[in-house]
Design a protein around this ligand. Structure first.
Ligand code: KG4
Ligand code: ZN
Length: 342
């Protein structure tokens, strides 16, 4: 028997997304971004995001159905991000999913956005449980041992900013376009990472926790020192600042991952696998450092394709499918949750 066909809906941040997934097959994945709506404000404005989701969600679903060549009556279950995230957007998605589920008489499954990211390597690479997951995005940063679709243990995480947030703030400090990660990475490509000695926060402290806010302050100081001396930043200054910043983030992530792997492997020596997910996993330098780390230790390393690293609804549909097949489900009391730790 073929696996159930799941419609996934995602609207927890600034991407309005819908997807059709059957088992590990992605029939369609539609992501309607909102970057241009938020660009003038230097970050995601929750009210603007919520309104855009309310306007675009049904379009995203229609497009996903049409690209997948499926009608609503062909869907076996509806999976929707029920948190964590910006509450206005999450509510829009949950209300649409409830309306569809009620109207069609189809099962409804609330999915944790973080679980969606954490299970993505199973969708893309068929990775078996358990594995160590490094989830690094604009809103999140944590190490998770993933033992099942609802079985996660957290080994550590950020005590202040998430790394994507740090990249976004860095870009703002240097007047580069948002989202900051790709902008900083682009500039860093031609920069000298050794020109500025940026700190490697929390490396002196034991454990797998991160801190990125001090790094942002160091970048601000370095920028202001150049401006005070020369009256402004040249293209090369900006590239060197970006390269130094990215190298510091990369070093910290690599060292903390080394520690998390040691902890993970002490519990699961027979399952040597590391996976990465979240928007920051799109960064080539960070991917490279993790690939090298795993090669050194003969570990399997899985990084989903970029389109499935950043926010999307295929990961929600896939996670919903695993939950559905395990007998999980929700009813019309499903709540939208701004906070929902795994
Ligand atoms: O997972 P995601 O799409 O959204 C959530 O935060 O859930 O991640 C978006 C974040 C943004 O902060 C963005 O700057 C960062 O991922 N990002 C990157 C890169 N591409 C996206 N950070 C570093 N390097 C990149 N190439
Ligand atoms: Zn995300």
């Amino acid at each position: 028997m073929s696996p159930p066909l799941i419609l996934g809906i995602e609207s927890s941040c600034d991407d309005t997304a819908a997807a059709l997934v059957r088992g590990r097959e992605v029939l369609s994945s539609v992501v309607l971004g909102q970057a241009e709506l938020h660009a003038a404000f230097g970050g995601v404005v929750p009210e603007i995001a919520a309104r855009a989701h309310a306007e675009k969600l049904d379009l995203a679903v229609e497009e996903a159905l049409s690209r997948g060549g499926v009608t609503l009556s062909g869907i076996d279950a509806i999976a929707v991000t029920a948190g964590p995230g910006l509450i206005g957007g999450v509510l829009s998605g949950v209300m649409l999913a409830k309306g569809l589920a009620l109207g069609l008489g189809t099962p409804l499954i609330g999915v944790n956005h973080l679980a969606g990211h954490a299970l993505t390597p199973r969708l893309t690479d068929g990775l078996a449980y358990p594995y160590l997951m490094l989830l690094v995005s604009g809103g999140h940063c944590q190490f998770l041992i993933v033992r099942g679709a609802q079985a996660f243990s957290r080994l550590g995480g950020t005590i202040d900013d998430a790394p994507g947030e740090a990249f976004d703030k860095a870009a703002r400090l240097l007047a580069l376009p948002q989202p900051g990660g790709p902008s900083v990475e682009r500039e860093a490509a031609t920069g000298d990472p050794a020109r500025f000695a940026f700190p490697r926060p929390l490396l002196d402290r034991e454990g797998c926790d991160f801190s990125f806010s001090g790094l942002k302050t160091a970048l601000l100081r370095a920028r202001d020192a150049i401006v005070a001396e020369k009256g402004g930043l040249t293209r090369a200054d900006r590239a060197d600042l970006c390269a130094g910043f990215q190298a510091a983030v990369c070093d910290v992530i690599a060292e903390k991952t080394r520690r998390a792997l040691t902890l993970y492997l002490s519990e699961h020596p027979a399952e040597p696998a590391l996976a990465v997910a979240g928007g920051v996993a799109a960064n080539t330098a960070i991917r490279g450092a993790l690939t090298e780390l795993c090669a050194e230790r003969d570990l399997r390393f899985t990084a989903p394709p970029l389109a499935l690293c950043t926010d999307n609804a295929a990961m929600i549909a896939y996670a919903g499918g695993e939950l559905f097949e395990a007998g999980a489900g929700d009813d019309m009391t499903l709540a939208a949750r701004p906070r929902w730790p795994l």
